[in-house]
Design a protein around this ligand. Structure first.
Ligand code: T3D
Length: 263
């Protein structure tokens, strides 16, 4: 095991690859080793046919406390260089990954950790989890995609308020505001996340990949462009065996089987 495995641990169960940020005594604050290892692990999960869903979560009581503030002084990169070297490739990798990524927010998500919590395709929170756009506490600008994700979820004004005051959003408000899809009890969080992820893993992988691609595209497209993109991607979905299986299963009045050996 190299250095990189220590800061990110990986397990795979029933097609679900779980990547755990593993610096619990720092609430999984991100140093460069962690960021590069996480991006690398995501890329490997994308390339691995046995993986159908990826879960990102944190060890201990935190999800991710953002940039490790002990790791900044003496750095030989500007802020811009650092973001382009570490956080930005990570967020781009999540968005372009051909598989669903679940942000399983087990505890506090702060700063770039909040961005990571928002960047998943599905966001599952533990009851005691919270999110803080903490950047303004240290007089920085929200980064790692927070300025893109948050206003799309809560609108410009609420996003500005959360960022300017660095207010903590707790799970009941997160659910109401659309920052997460589900909240699970702390005690059963890991099992509930795994069960949810396995449900997702049983869905048609190719269709979900194309659905993600279409939705990501439409976030920045016109309606006309989205319609054209849908028409093109529908051809790819319709030509895939999953579609035939779905239609056949419907006609035969049985559940579709979207998992095949070697796929
Ligand atoms: O390229 C660039 O560098 C720019 C990129 C910036 C991206 C960013 O993310 S900027 C924002 C950086 N993050 C922060 O400013 C968050 C700092 N942490 C906090 O505000 C609080 O820790 C929390 C609100 C997240 C949680 O509070 P609490 O009371 O639950 O826990 P705590 O006691 O503050 O933290 C527990 C330990 O984790 C503590 O260590 P200790 O005292 O037990 O030895 C604390 O120092 C450590 N810790 C928490 N966050 C960080 C951290 N250590 C280093 N860096 C952290 N970000």
């Amino acid at each position: 095991m190299g250095m990189s495995e220590a800061v990110i641990t990986e397990t795979t169960q029933a097609g679900v690859r779980t990547l755990t940020l593993n610096r619990p005594d720092r609430l999984n604050a991100a140093n460069d080793a962690l960021l590069l290892a996480l991006t690398d692990a995501l890329r490997r999960a994308d390339a691995d046919d046995s993986v159908r869903v990826v879960v990102i979560t944190g060890a201990g009581r935190g999800f991710c406390a953002g940039q490790d503030l002990g790791d900044v002084s003496g750095r030989d990169m500007t802020f811009t260089e650092h973001l382009n070297h570490t956080y930005n490739p990570l967020i781009r990798t999540i968005r372009s990954l051909g598989k669903p990524v679940i942000s399983a927010v087990n505890g506090v998500a702060a700063g770039a950790g909040a961005s990571l919590a928002l960047a998943g395709d599905i966001r599952l929170w533990a009851q005691s989890a919270s999110l803080i756009e903490v950047f303004s506490n240290i007089a920085l600008v929200p980064d790692s995609g927070s300025t893109w994700f948050l206003p799309r979820l809560v609108g410009y004004h609420r996003a500005f308020e959360l960022m300017a005051l660095a207010e903590r959003v707790r799970s009941d408000d997160a659910l109401r505001l659309g920052l997460c899809e589900q909240v699970f009890p702390d005690e059963t969080f890991a099992q509930d996340v795994q069960a949810y992820a396995e449900r997702l893993a049983a869905r048609p992988a190719n269709a979900l990949k194309l659905t993600k691609q279409a939705l990501v595209f439409a976030q920045t497209s016109t309606l006309d462009e989205a319609l054209e993109q849908e028409a093109a991607l529908q051809q790819l979905a319709g030509d895939h065996w999953e579609h035939e299986e779905g239609v056949t299963a419907f006609k035969e009045k049985r559940p579709a089987q979207f998992i095949r050996d070697g796929e």
